[in-house]
Ligand binder design. Structure first.
Ligand code: HPA
Length: 273
């Protein structure tokens, strides 16, 4: 990462280390607007992608949320926008350089499970890289051989489950499969991915978790389920539908994240580091 980027951000947001980094998915940007802090548009940040997907807010927000200093990426770039699996490398490295030892990722996803219907949250406990792509291809150092066992940190995931329970919000765990997009999956692909062992599918998060682990951060992730996956219901799957459904889960997700952060700030012993 260029020194430029870190100093640009520090000059605007201050030097105080960040505790938790967050990446917000489609339709989940509201949380970033409630942070007491500084918002920096991606266009002011050298090397940041121009997140061009509607429903995302391309800004970095740094400040206090529920007593915890956070850095939020309000929008993500996806592989399907540029054909580059490493497109989020710079932003994720920046979060790590700012001090975040934990990265909490969120996304919108299609579910395969009748017991995790649209509007519900799914805690990701593992993933299947159905795309076969990898953001570390071309990384020249031996650090590229990242161990992906327990990539979704079990301890912090338990803290998220407790936060959900305290808010009376149901959250089941499952496996997320990364599909490159931008077209949605066919019903036959969904049947195949389901047989492979996935519970939900989406077009993000997996390369970001690989990058987070590469940079030595702990990762946890939550999907908001916006639809049943292709062929599993009569819904017409579309990006419009994803954006329209995201707020249903977003309200729950926001409560879970707030409670999770509040627990950290009230009880620093539970700090996810
Ligand atoms: N497939 C892929 N990505 C998605 C879906 C889906 O069904 N829903 C929301 N994002």
């Amino acid at each position: 990462m260029t020194v430029d980027l870190l100093s640009t951000v520090r000059s605007r947001a201050g030097d105080e280390p960040v505790q938790v980094g967050l990446i917000l998915g489609s339709g989940l940007g509201h949380l970033a607007d409630t942070v007491d802090g500084v918002a920096i548009p991606y266009e002011d940040l050298p090397g940041f992608p121009h997140a061009g997907v509607s429903g995302h807010q391309p800004k970095l927000v740094i400040g206090d949320l529920e007593g915890v200093r956070v850095a939020i990426l309000g929008g993500r770039a996806h592989y399907y926008e540029s054909g580059q699996a490493a497109v989020m490398r710079g932003p994720i490295e920046l979060l790590q350089q700012l001090g975040a030892e934990t990265l909490l990722l969120t996304n919108a996803a299609g579910s395969f499970r009748a017991d995790i219907p649209p509007g519900d949250l799914m805690l990701i406990n593992d993933h299947i890289n159905f795309s076969g792509l990898n953001p570390l291809i071309g990384e020249p150092t031996d650090r590229r051989f990242v161990n992906m066992t327990n990539a979704y940190d079990p301890e912090i995931s338990t803290q998220l489950e407790s936060a959900a329970a305290s808010e009376d919000i149901a959250i089941k765990s499952g496996v997320y499969a990364w599909y490159s997009g931008p077209s949605f999956e066919t019903p036959a692909e969904i049947r195949a991915i389901k047989i492979l062992g996935a519970d939900a599918v989406g077009m993000s998060t997996v390369p970001e978790v690989i990058l987070a682990r590469f940079f030595g951060m702990k990762a946890v992730a939550i999907s908001t389920i916006t639809n049943m996956a292709a062929g599993m219901s009569d819904e017409n799957i579309s990006h419009e539908h994803t954006k329209a459904m995201a707020p249903l889960g977003a309200a729950k997700l926001e409560k879970v994240i707030r409670r999770f952060l509040r627990n950290i700030s009230v009880n620093p012993g539970s700090k996810p580091v």
